[in-house]
Design a protein around this ligand. Sequence first.
Ligand SMILES: [Zn+2]
Length: 380
Amino acid sequence: MPRPSRAAALARARAFLARVPLLDAHNDLAYVVRESAAAGDLAAYDLSREHQETDTDIPRLKRGQLGGQFWAAFVPTDVDNPCRYTLELIALLRRMHAAHPDVFHPATRASDLARARKLGKIASFIAVESGVGLDNRLDLLALWHALGVRYLTLCHNETLDWVDSATDAPRHGGLTAFGRQVIAECNRLGILVDLAHTSHAAQMQALDIAAVPVAITHTNAFALVDHPRNVHDAVLDRIAANGGIICATFVETFSSQAVRDWKAAISDPWGKGLGHDMKGAMARQEAAAGPCPRATLAQVCDHLEYIAARAGLRHIGIGSDYYGARNPEGLEDVSCFPNLIAELMLRGWSEPNLARLASGNMLRVLRAVEKAAQAPKPAG
Ligand SMILES: [Zn+2]
């Protein structure tokens, strides 16, 4: 049989995405808007026009046929007041939903994905990326949940007082007792625990104690690209028993070993950028080593297929991590989700497996988290 053409696959992918909603697990648009010249003013930023300098806006979300999105309230570890910053970004996301009621359907439950699709809208979930804004207090989690937060990425690029980051010196050998309490409280409230960014030891310990499925929402495979942010086989081998999900990401540094190697010269030993003058460092590295290589759609699909083969087809999802920077060729912005499905179709993925990847697996995880939150607590 002749190999179907890319154009035919793209047409099939578009028809598929019209039937099956794709739920992307991670997008940092709120942070991009907050840090833009508009400084968080949504009217000034104007999501209804195309922003060619970044990757996410309403016209391209529509072209990408996105069914649902976890919007991250991303909080850099070093902001002055992380507690306030977290609330600012949650508020920004809630204002974004309110400002575009014809586009975004505020979502807090798995069932909201189908409901939003029926209404012709994007199911819009809120996540918090980094627990730094907890200020080491457990009680704020219930407040975040009440505001609509449905997953928590425990940390970002830096180790916190209670959890080691994958890209920083470990201080706790993984999780502290408080870190374990955060996980238990998330389980109790119905907040999905996201282990992206946490150290390998923290991931293994979280899998030891999690009574509920966990997620790793934007991470690729360490076996293919040896960046500390990528997930090790030992974790992939355990995710099925937990019932959880690992969402492959588009971040170039995690997708391509050539990009990882090029950036290593301007990164600390943990793989994160040196200081605040990244533009200057990039220019110097370009002068020394030539232009930074590009990652590709095919490389992202290689990670996705590796994770699916190792963790299982019921434990894989997509977490683009569009954050306003350069993205792989073929996945430049949020209009490109059909390209990903088309590439997997060309690789022979069946439609039932594509449906699991697009949203079926994440819906199963969200339902499990919801059910556990409702369960009566054991006595004693
Ligand atoms: Zn992240």
